[in-house]
Design a binder for this molecule. Structure first.
Ligand code: NZQ
Ligand code: ZN
Length: 386
């Protein structure tokens, strides 16, 4: 097991009715001017916006708003938010929504202290030297942005979707109320779960050995997604299912299970290129890519990890041969993603052809991961997705 630093300084209020009193108290710790950032209006439809306004009404906080953050958030929206933060001298950001809203808020927060295009944070042109504090209210269990220090932004002009991790971006407080996710559509619930599962798989399938304790935790997290997503899909108001998915979303990517694994994260770079070119939902892209990637990297050297995955996550009979278990595990994963979750199983059905595969693979370059992938490998995996 390698050395690592464990530091997750996000305070979490988990459960129903936690906003009362706590939201204004937490915001006040950072100042009086709050920028409320949200998406296309779901927070109004679900009554959360009204709750927030009511909660902040009798405080001394002054509220400013930025709405319309897009799924796969655009750098132009981030620039708009940063402009408001500077003009109004905002003290703290209240991000209310899914990963897109929280991600955008992170770079808006950093943008307050940068005189230039916030896209510079992604191209290596600018460092993140400071950021406003972020308080978030999560409405969709998926990305883990509520409790991690990263974010991903899209530039439509250059057709790029790039991520950045920086400790300044770690949210100070997260309100995780599972009832806020009751209204998430079947499609977004399925995509969210595919994303959560992928975050765990990305970390689980790494080269570093000797992490039995963390592997066991990850197997439990994966089993949780597999058990509770179908329940959330058939009973959207099932508190237990929504709560388990929400807390798993945070723990899948908040740094706890990661320890130090430089060779983790194989599929996300490939998915971000798909989203950049075709604006598809992140979780859907991962659902199409992950089983193909698994088939591509399964070999004599990697079969042990797939065997462990099959036996411990899908309860496949451990007396079967390693190869049989590995193949069955991939098949069961496909059944979960495409049958139980009902997600589209290939890129052709999304009208995506091989037109940009070469460009996408070129941009990704070589990945030194669980199994090293060069440009040709990446193109081959994309082709398997057609
Ligand atoms: O915009 P609104 O109206 O809020 O509607 C959203 C949006 O249309 C809707 N929604 C959210 N909560 C809802 C709801 N609808 C009804 N009821 C609710 N309670 O769902 C749609 C999708 O929202 P979005 O925030 O885009 O989804 P998600 O949370 O999956 O975020 C995806 C983005 O996060 C990035 C992805 O690449 C993508 O850009 N990621 C961020 C990561 C991170 N920060 O660590 C890691 C991930 O791997 C990922 O890359
Ligand atoms: Zn993801």
């Amino acid at each position: 097991m390698k050395n690592f630093v464990y530091d997750i300084p996000t305070k979490v209020y988990f459960g129903e009715n936690q906003l009362t009193g706590n939201l204004s108290n937490e915001l006040k710790k950072y100042g009086s001017k709050v920028l409320l950032v949200y998406g296309g209006g779901s927070i109004k439809k679900i009554g959360l916006y009204e709750k927030i306004i009511a909660e902040l009404k009798n405080s001394d906080l002054k509220l400013f708003e930025l709405s319309g953050i897009e799924p796969n958030p655009r750098h132009t929206s981030v620039n708009e938010g940063a402009k408001i933060c500077k003009a109004e001298d905002i003290d703290v950001i209240l991000a209310v929504g899914g990963g897109s809203v929280i991600d955008a808020s992170k770079f808006i927060a950093a943008g307050k202290y940068y005189d230039g295009d916030t896209w510079d944070f992604f191209t290596g042109k600018a460092d993140i030297k400071a950021a406003l504090p972020i308080v978030n209210i999560l409405t969709l269990a998926a990305t883990g942005s509520e409790m991690d220090a990263g974010g991903v932004i899209t530039n439509l002009d250059t057709k790029e979707k790039l991520g950045r991790i920086d400790s300044h971006l770690q949210p100070k407080v997260a309100f995780l109320d599972p009832t806020n996710t009751y209204t998430v559509s079947r499609y977004q619930t399925a995509c969210g779960s595919a994303d959560i599962l992928s975050h765990i798989i990305e970390t689980y399938f790494a080269r570093e050995p000797g992490l039995f304790m963390l592997d066991t935790v990850m197997e439990g997290l994966m089993k949780t997604v597999i058990k509770y997503t179908p329940i959330a899909l058939s009973q959207s108001n099932n508190y237990e299912a929504r709560a388990n998915l929400m807390w798993t979303s945070s723990w899948a990517i908040n740094g706890f299970v990661r320890a130090d694994k430089p060779h983790a994260w194989s599929c996300h770079p490939l998915e971000h290129e798909l989203s950049a070119f075709y604006d598809i939902t992140h979780g859907l892209g991962l659902a199409i890519l992950t089983p193909r990637w698994m088939k591509y990297v399964l070999n004599e050297k990697t079969v042990d990890k797939f065997y462990q995955f099959g036996v411990n996550v899908f309860d496949i009979d451990k007396r079967e041969s390693k190869t049989n278990v590995a193949n069955q595990a991939i098949k069961l994963l496909e059944e979960f993603l495409y049958n139980d979750l009902g997600l589209t199983d290939n890129l052709t059905k999304l009208n995506i052809s091989d037109e940009y595969f070469d460009t996408m693979a070129e941009r990704i370059g070589t990945l030194n991961r669980f199994v090293d992938l060069n440009k040709n490998d990446i193109i081959n995996i994309y082709k398997m997705c057609l």
